[in-house]
Design a protein around this ligand. Structure first.
Ligand SMILES: Cc1cc2nc3c(=O)[nH]c(=O)nc-3n(C[C@H](O)[C@H](O)[C@H](O)COP(=O)(O)O)c2cc1C
Length: 385
């Protein structure tokens, strides 16, 4: 399976064949007319990379520093909810693949595996954690405490989901209305026997962060919908300050798309931000992340800026780093890898992107990511037209 993954699109195609439609659409889709989803991809075309020659090729050093650490790769695996439903033990195998490649993995608040599960695995490395702040601050505090106990160093507070965007594919598939496996869903699942077997082997899924808490209900469907209902839509900058006081580790604010909000994040004490529109799943027709990156880097005034959204090619990653991002988070790219081929599928996605970056740097006359970062915007030019 993985021998057929030569690029991220291959992983997507295989994932489409393996996953029940309801899950493939959940991963692949965006909100409303999916304009932002498409713009995240298309706007990489606004830039071209500068080809420089006779620079004395040597295999490029892809390691670089972000989130307080030197990583072997300039991209890491960002938070993707329900990964353990796309492949059995999805979070654990993705974390292992990232760890083996020398890069980071961020566990979503909506994961099947808990932080303790990753720790117990032994091969999953030290994950980052993504947090949704709940109306009940006591519960939010418990999540923060769990992260502290698990030795998490970077916490990403996601701030672009006060309410959920309208996801038409999910509505058509009845994704959010599912409370039990009825005939329609059952039929859809039965069409994907390999996936069913894989999930059956992994055991009964639930939301790891609330495991064993009766008030969240029983099983993944009830737990996920209770947790979604509890996300605080009234979250404000005062809450970021509250979290800043409470959390002593590195704090990243994920979901910044405006220069003024970047400046506010810095003022509220964030160590980093992730420029993100949630992969085009929230405000439709919001700008693509790559198009706002330069102005946000300028407004961040030295605070670390990471980015996600639409990264499917090594050249996409090189463009973002040239425009001032310290690192890139993958979302769907590796979720498709997990669905396509489990741990090997995630590794295949990581390896193809790393290979693409290596070749890109070589043909740009650069020998390392750090050299690309110091060349900065002069490594790119705007595309004509
Ligand atoms: C299936 C799926 C689930 C996601 N779940 C979460 C989540 O639980 N928390 C979060 O902060 N972001 C979540 N995201 C958003 C990703 O972290 C990221 O912002 C986005 O996927 C980046 O765009 P890309 O998928 O085009 O790379 C999710 C994205 C997808 C596709």
């Amino acid at each position: 399976m993985t021998s057929r993954i030569f690029n991220v699109e291959d992983a997507r195609r295989i994932a489409k064949r393996r996953l029940p439609k309801i899950f493939f659409d959940y991963i692949d889709g965006g909100s409303s007319g999916e304009e932002t989803l498409r713009a995240n991809r298309e706007d990489f075309g606004r830039w071209r990379l500068e080809q420089r020659v006779l620079a004395g090729f040597q295999p490029a050093d892809l390691s670089t520093r972000y989130l307080g650490q030197r990583h072997a790769l300039p991209f890491m695996l960002g938070p993707v909810g329900f990964l353990g439903l796309f492949a059995g033990k999805g979070e654990i195998l993705a974390a292992r693949a990232a760890h083996r490649a020398g890069t980071g993995f961020c566990l979503s608040n909506f994961s099947i595996a808990s932080l303790a599960d990753l720790k117990a695995d032994g091969a999953a490395g030290q994950p980052q954690f993504q947090l949704y702040v709940l109306k009940d601050r006591g519960l939010a505090e418990e999540f923060v405490q769990a992260a502290e106990t698990a030795g998490v160093e970077t916490l990403h507070l996601t701030v672009d989901t006060a309410i959920t965007g309208i996801r038409e594919r999910d509505a058509r598939n009845g994704f959010r209305a599912v409370t039990r496996i009825g005939p329609r869903l059952g039929f859809g699942l039965a069409l994907r026997p390999a996936w069913c077997l894989d999930l059956a082997r992994a055991g009964r899924p639930g939301v790891g962060a609330v495991r064993g808490r009766a008030e969240f209900g029983n099983g993944i469907l009830e737990q996920a919908s209770t947790l979604s209902r509890l996300i605080d839509p009234a979250l404000s900058w005062a809450d970021v300050e509250w979290l800043r006081e409470r959390w002593k580790g590195r704090l990243s604010i994920k979901g910044i798309l405006h220069a003024d909000d970047a400046a506010r994040a810095k003022a509220a004490g964030a160590d980093a931000i992730v420029v993100s529109n949630h992969g085009g799943r929230q405000l439709d027709t919001a700008p693509s992340t790559i198009s706002v990156l330069p102005e946000i880097v300028d407004a961040a005034d030295g605070m670390e800026v990471l980015i996600d959204g639409g990264f499917r090619r090594g050249t996409d990653i090189v463009k973002a780093l040239g425009l001032g991002a310290s690192g890139v988070l993958l979302g769907r790219a590796y979720a498709f890898g997990a669905a396509a081929g489990g741990e090997a599928g995630v590794s295949a996605v990581i390896e193809t992107l790393a290979a693409e970056i290596g070749v890109t740097l070589g043909l740009m006359g650069l020998s390392s990511i750090d050299e690309l970062k110091s060349r900065g915007r002069s490594a790119l030019r705007t595309a004509p037209g």
